[in-house]
Design a protein around this ligand. Sequence first.
Ligand SMILES: [Zn+2]
Ligand SMILES: [Zn+2]
Length: 515
Amino acid sequence: MLTLRNIKVWDTDEVIDLVVPGFADGHGLIDETGRIIPGELIMPKDLPANGSFVEVRLRDHIEIDATGLTLAPGFADPHVHFRDPGQTYKESMVSGAMAAASGGYTNVLIMPNTVPAMDGEPVAEGEPGADEVLGAGYGTVIDYLQHYAEAHKMAGDLPVRYDLCVCASKGRAGHEATEFAKWRRYMPGVDDGSKDAAQLAHPVTAISDDGSAVTPDTLDAVFALAKESGLPLIEHCEHHETGAVNEGPVSRELGVPGIPEDTELRIVARDIAKARETGVHVHFQHVSTAISFDAIRKAKAEGLPITCETAPHYLALSDEALLKYGTLAKMNPPLRSEADRRATIEAIADGTVDLLATDHAPHTLEEKERGFLEAPNGIIGLECAYGVCHKVLVDGGHISDRRLIELMSVAPERLMGHEATDVAALVEAFSEPAPNSETESDGTVVEGRNRLLDLGKVDDPDAVDLVVLATDEAWTVDPEDFHSNARNTPFGGWDVTGRPLATIIGSKMVFSRLK
Ligand SMILES: [Zn+2]
Ligand SMILES: [Zn+2]
């Protein structure tokens, strides 16, 4: 049992004492130093291939003074690539989940550009990545990922919750929309009585061909799929045949073909029109240009079912970063102009941006070293997103600490169809006077004591997902400390503020760097 004294609730500012009844059963606690909790804590820096986590036992009841720390609903990221199955040399479900836990995330949405793609179709023998799926005894990538822990004979669950995003088109090839009948059963609320626990825990909650925009050939059919399923279409808004970086002075200086900024707007405008016509909820991924934000602002004012995200790199970096970081600053959409970066921050501040997602995209450094034309797009983000966003947005005076937490937890959970843990409501319903407080004979509690919330005594402890944040902690991003398999980030060496210190899933701690 662990008690955190004097921790502040993120949205009410009430200071409470929090009791965390334990660590994830026999397999869960990940800590990078192994010395901070005085118990029998072992940190596996390199997990065995089967992803079993070490057992953690605490000797006694541990108390930590959490004065100055903030208790918030766990972060959620509706845009991650864990490369499993098919490209586990870049990342696996295990390393991706550890990266998420280390970044304060309790829930993520897995993008469907796995190998094979997550399209609901039966995996065919011999196709790339098929062995991992078929060898484990599953017929589709969705089945395999839902049962990942079981397939890998893990002692318990991964240290992050995850939902799955199904492809918009078969094989993500853009020729033919996926068949609803092939993946309908994976949705929440469909045949739930016949599903096992793993299927219930990892439903399909969105549709996307992320990496590519929905093609003109499949557009009508994909919108019909979204309409029929009721799931959001989450759209990668870029279409260009050529170009590797943002078109402008930097692309000319580098001599690399440019991508015009209106490539994004063309998809955004097209899909806004389709949303108006069909009523389908379209969520735009990683929006990066001022002109796209303007279009989205207008669509929202019109009352259309449009939401959007941006990623830490679009608010922290412009295309000038290519000159400094090389291909570590190459992504799709590309980093844009400084004016676009400022417009991104403005769109966050005025509420046009609904949520922040990382687009965590692991690649090996060898792949990233292939030059601007050949290097793959994308960077990893889970383990420094909060620090980077806090530094730029909160320290920069653009939004409050509280708003940043909403953008990283409450809003992304909602996109996936979930409710973030309501910490204040738990305190109201289940807290009690702290054990060391004194009650006068007339029943009044002596001032100066905190209310105490024991997560072991709430109605539904399995539903409680939290993050402990040091909102003011200054730290330096060191990719060598990451739990991700990948190191492709331009933020290495950055001095940032704000750090997740502990991650709690189902009332149990799955990660801690508490001291
Ligand atoms: Zn994308
Ligand atoms: Zn992506």
